[in-house]
Design a protein around this ligand. Structure first.
Ligand code: RTP
Ligand code: MG
Length: 142
């Protein structure tokens, strides 16, 4: 299985709950190494650009409003099968459907305030990493 990189965001709800450390611990225990990280207060423009793929969806405005409601923690995770593994650790989009032991089961309030984001495919991972980080800001650890 190839070593991959994926973009992860700890959303404003989970930052406000002070569970950054617990979420990082889940990543590390699963073999996902943090190779770049920064906290950011996204502007409306930043959030709209990041979620541009959802522009026509009915939840777009709420999603953008939520993502700018407080600081987020953005990180690049590196490891074998990192994209799929991170999605597995995150759990289903709707926390009511998320399996026990997943981040969204344990830390998310609702489908809007759902604690974490993770890239869903290699192409989106590449685009999303480039959205937040310059190549020089990422430290390879594999
Ligand atoms: P994410 O992109 O944040 O990792 O989440 P995801 O892949 O599991 O879900 P996606 O379909 O990409 O949707 C992005 C975010 O939009 C919000 N959402 N709300 N009210 C709704 O029906 C609805 N559907 C999606 C969620 O916060 C989701 O994480
Ligand atoms: Mg998504």
């Amino acid at each position: 299985m190839a070593v991959e990189r994926t973009l992860s965001i700890i959303k404003p709800d989970a930052v406000a709950k002070d569970v950054i450390g617990e979420i990082y611990s889940r990543f590390e225990k699963a073999g996902l190494k943090i190779v770049a990280a920064r906290m950011a207060q996204l502007s409306r423009e930043d959030a709209e650009g990041f979620y541009a793929v959802h522009k026509e969806r009915p939840f777009f405005n709420d999603l953008v409003g939520f993502m700018i409601s407080g600081p987020v923690m953005v990180q690049v995770l590196e490891g074998e099968d990192a994209i799929r593994k991170n999605r597995e650790i995150m759990g289903a989009t709707n926390p009511k459907e998320a399996a026990a032991g997943t981040l969204r089961h344990d830390y998310a309030e609702s489908i809007d305030a759902n604690a974490v984001h993770g890239s869903d495919a290699p192409e989106t991972a590449k685009q999303e990493i480039e959205y937040f980080f310059k190549a020089d800001d990422i430290c390879s650890r594999s």
